[in-house]
Design a protein around this ligand. Structure first.
Ligand SMILES: C[S@@+](CC[C@H](N)C(=O)[O-])C[C@H]1O[C@@H](n2cnc3c(N)ncnc32)[C@H](O)[C@@H]1O
Length: 378
């Protein structure tokens, strides 16, 4: 039996509904209406664990390709600036664009609380699939979408035309928002940020929402919905969803020199570095050392601070772990202190954390806004 695009879209909608999504029939109808195959082109990347392998529509055959398109999966379309269609073969590197898995596209739209008549600013057009979902729900005129990469933006514009959508498309840095369309009822970012850009606050109406993942140079992530009050302060709690996006390009971590471990000062650790494998502990570590990268060394972990060159690395010592710290920032002390605060609070999941954002200051807090808090880099 062959499966048509229409039946596969219905199947995808059933799958999302089965998970408690699409309660609003307007979102269900968007999932059923938008043909995702138009946004993926003829080639996408699939990871073989080490490299990104281009997978072609003609290699799979029409029906298998369509099944792949309608799986609830993120399909990477660009790696280190090379599109899947241009890749000569498998590539190493990191994804720089993708079509986000449909459940997450809908999760963010639903979280934003978008209603009929709202105007939305999307950051990260990518393939245009999520933009088309918004257009179906709100109408073309109410949707603004910004893409940083000019070539991707041009391809997305064509995809959207093919799907019969004509939103307001902008090529540029979405961290500046798009003043031309303000004020918006919601900002939805399909790339992650280290801090909330002030422009998003300025371009949002009072009571409007920002839905984004907050990430950083350790690549820990948290999904949050912030609501703007009349004083210009945005507040919200993390949802606890274990999802992540690629960092907004201007927020990407700079390249660092090869890591050479220095002996530095040594002591026994109070916690095992294995703790950092947990979603929330990883996030806490990133809050404590926001300009540090986290590297798994095979023998423990290393924290390498891109701003100061400080480093901390752990090694097993027979009974537990020893940490070596070198440079102006005692990275492991900072991380361990933050982890201690979190553990004293009962090691709660990410829903115990929230954020307060003003034009000048951004903090992530634990428990409530007056509880322990960490300042995000500005
Ligand atoms: C995960 S993809 C977007 C997925 C898209 N929503 C979809 O469904 O196809 C993230 C996109 O954000 C874009 N991006 C990264 N930094 C950006 C920025 N500062 N402004 C606008 N777009 C940005 C990337 O080029 C990439 O295309």
């Amino acid at each position: 039996m062959t499966s048509s695009s229409t039946t596969l879209r219905q199947g995808l909608a059933d799958q999302l509904a089965g998970r408690g999504q699409l309660a609003d029939p307007a979102w269900r109808s968007a999932v059923e209406a938008v043909p995702r195959e138009l946004f993926l082109g003829d080639v996408v990347f699939r990871s073989d664990g080490a490299r990104w392998e281009p997978v072609r529509r003609d290699q799979l055959g029409g029906e298998e390709w369509l099944r792949m398109v309608y799986s609830d999966t993120t399909w990477v379309t660009q790696v280190d600036g090379i599109s899947a269609a241009d890749a000569p073969g498998p590539l190493p590197g990191k994804p720089t664009s993708s079509s986000t898995l449909p459940s997450l596209v809908l999760r963010m739209a639903e979280l934003a609380g978008i209603r009929e008549g709202d105007k939305v600013l999307e950051i990260g057009t990518g393939t245009g699939y999520s933009t088309a979902i918004l257009c179906h729900r709100l109408g073309d005129k109410a949707v603004y979408s910004v893409e940083y990469d000019g070539a991707l933006a041009a391809t997305a514009a064509q995809h959207l035309r093919d799907a019969g959508c004509s939103p307001n498309l902008v090529v540029g840095d979405g961290l500046r928002g798009h003043p031309g369309g303000a004020e918006y009822d919601a900002v939805i970012a399909t790339c992650a940020v280290r801090t909330i850009p002030a422009s998003w606050l300025w371009q949002l109406r009072d009571g409007g929402s920002i839905v984004t993942t907050v990430s950083g140079w350790m690549l820990a992530s948290g999904l949050i919905r912030l609501v703007l009050d009349e004083e210009g302060t945005a507040r919200g709690r993390f949802t606890g969803d274990t999802v992540s996006y690629m960092l907004a390009r201007p927020h990407e971590r700079p390249p660092r020199a090869t890591f050479y471990p220095h002996p530095g000062t040594t002591r026994r650790t109070r916690v095992s570095p294995d703790l950092l494998d947990g979603w929330t502990a990883h996030f806490v570590a990133q809050l404590a050392a926001p300009s540090a990268e986290l590297v798994h060394t095979g023998n423990g972990v290393a924290l390498i601070d891109v701003a100061t060159g400080s480093q901390a690395w752990t090694e097993p010592d027979g009974h537990g772990w020893t940490v070596h710290q070198d440079g102006p920032l005692p990275l492991w002390d900072h991380v361990e202190d933050a982890l201690a605060v979190w553990r004293e609070a009962g090691s709660p999941d990410q829903t115990a954390f929230g954020m307060t954002v003003t034009e000048w200051d951004q903090t992530v807090w634990l428990g409530d806004p007056d509880g322990p808090h960490w300042r995000l880099p500005t």
